[in-house]
Design a protein. Structure first.
Length: 80
């Protein structure tokens, strides 16, 4: 998160200083890539912890909930 915050601060500074538009876009692309990587790490942890626990558990309702959450995430990412 600190890495992303640093990139955001850099982009903000670039905007204030009226830096070259393409350079700002490149900075924004780095921010987007960093956020995507963070989401991958969070998703992996979620699968290894929360989803695994729900699948191994006795609650069918909880299993369905976790699967529905994952499907929603992927469905929404296709819209972007």
């Amino acid at each position: 998160m600190s890495y992303i915050s640093g990139h955001l601060a850099g982009a903000k500074k670039m905007l204030k200083e009226n830096k070259y538009c393409i350079d700002i876009i490149k900075q924004n692309e780095a921010i987007i890539a960093a956020i995507k990587k963070l989401n991958q790490i969070i998703l992996e942890n979620h699968l290894n912890a929360c989803v695994t626990k729900a699948i191994k558990g006795k609650s069918g309702k909880e299993r369905k909930k976790k699967i529905k959450e994952l499907l929603e995430i992927f469905k929404n990412s296709d819209k972007k």
